[in-house]
Design a protein around this ligand. Structure first.
Ligand code: NAD
Length: 290
């Protein structure tokens, strides 16, 4: 398949490389000067999109997605499919899908879970919104880049699923980190804490698969000086998207709101920027009750 791929950063580059490795003809574009194995680089987003059956975007936010969409939608052939894999606000996802459909394209919002490791290993989870025809067209590509793709509903449903998932993730990471910091002060060995919680009712992905305590549980960013991984500022971005969405539909999300406030404090007023989101543990370790 002829594929255009725009946004070849930490996630986009390995995703595009996996499509090329599987035998697809991938033309890429990124604002930054990047090279990706097996991918032919174009001089603009429009050029990368021209003549492609499927165009995939993997960009930082909704504003940039809207700007790139305005350039590539007119360049794409009628009947082609526009798949956005970025994490963006639900409104931007729906607006871009409406523009694409008005231009005779199929549109899918398909944010991912699994991080850079999942992108590199081809084990991402895709949560998709859009028509059945759009999902069917994108599915074989999701199967190369990931291990699971769920069609969640119409336009914006993928983004809705993503921000609900990450609202749980942010709140759970904070809960896991504050419990470790409490256990420390109670004199409980961290390995014992892990052995109990990871097999008891406090278990979670943040404890069992991404343990924030160095040297405990499986390898995670904690074992690498809290180098991301999934950066605290990206967690903050997703928590803000969840609160923006909650406001727009009048949903009561107090835990999500508190998680957003704590990550905002960590990233904007403390030393969290550039750290993995699990670095909430050393943050709590340093603190006392106010
Ligand atoms: P990144 O910053 O590494 O990559 C974004 C890329 O987009 C950069 O290479 C940048 O140069 C490029 N770009 C920006 N504006 C552009 C434009 N106008 N035209 C062309 N290229 C442009 O970010 P990332 O970590 O790859 O994340 C991409 C998206 O995936 C984000 O929406 C993020 O929230 C989401 N996401 C990231 C992770 C993760 O663990 N990193 C996990 C799940 C989802």
């Amino acid at each position: 398949m002829k594929i255009g791929f725009i946004g070849l950063g930490n996630m986009g580059a390995p995703m595009a490389a996996n499509l090329a490795k599987a035998g697809h003809e991938v033309t890429g574009f990124d604002m930054a000067d990047v090279a990706v194995e097996g991918v032919t680089m174009a001089g603009s987003a429009g050029e990368a999109a021209k003549g492609a059956e499927v165009v995939i975007t993997m960009l930082p936010n909704g504003q940039i997605l809207r700007a790139v969409a305005a350039e590539i939608i007119p360049a794409m052939d009628k009947g082609a499919t526009f798949v956005d894999c970025s994490t963006v606000d639900v409104d931007s996802a729906r607006a871009v899908a409406a523009e694409a459909e008005a231009a005779g394209l199929l549109a899918v919002d398909a944010p991912v879970s699994g991080g850079v490791g999942g992108a590199t290993g081809g084990t991402l989870t895709f949560m998709a919104g859009g028509s059945d025809a759009g999902f069917a067209k994108a599915k074989p590509l999701f199967d190369i880049m990931g291990q699971k793709a769920v069609h969640c509903g119409g336009a914006g449903a993928g983004q809705s699923a993503k921000i609900c998932n990450n609202m749980i993730l942010g709140a759970t990471m904070i809960a896991t980190c504050e419990a470790f910091a409490l256990a420390d002060k109670l004199g409980l060995d961290r390995q014992k804490m892990f052995d109990v919680v990871s097999t008891s009712s406090g278990y979670s992905w943040t404890m069992n698969a991404y343990c924030p305590a160095p040297g405990v549980g499986p390898q995670s960013p904690a074992d690498n000086g809290y180098k991301p991984g999934f950066a605290a500022e990206l967690m903050l971005k997703d928590l803000r998207l969840s609160q923006q969405a909650a406001e727009s539909v009048d949903a009561d999300t107090p835990m999500g709101a508190l998680a957003q406030a704590l990550y905002a404090q960590f990233v904007e007023q403390e030393d969290g920027k550039g750290m993995d989101f699990s670095a909430m543990l050393p943050r709590f370790e340093k603190r006392h009750r106010d």
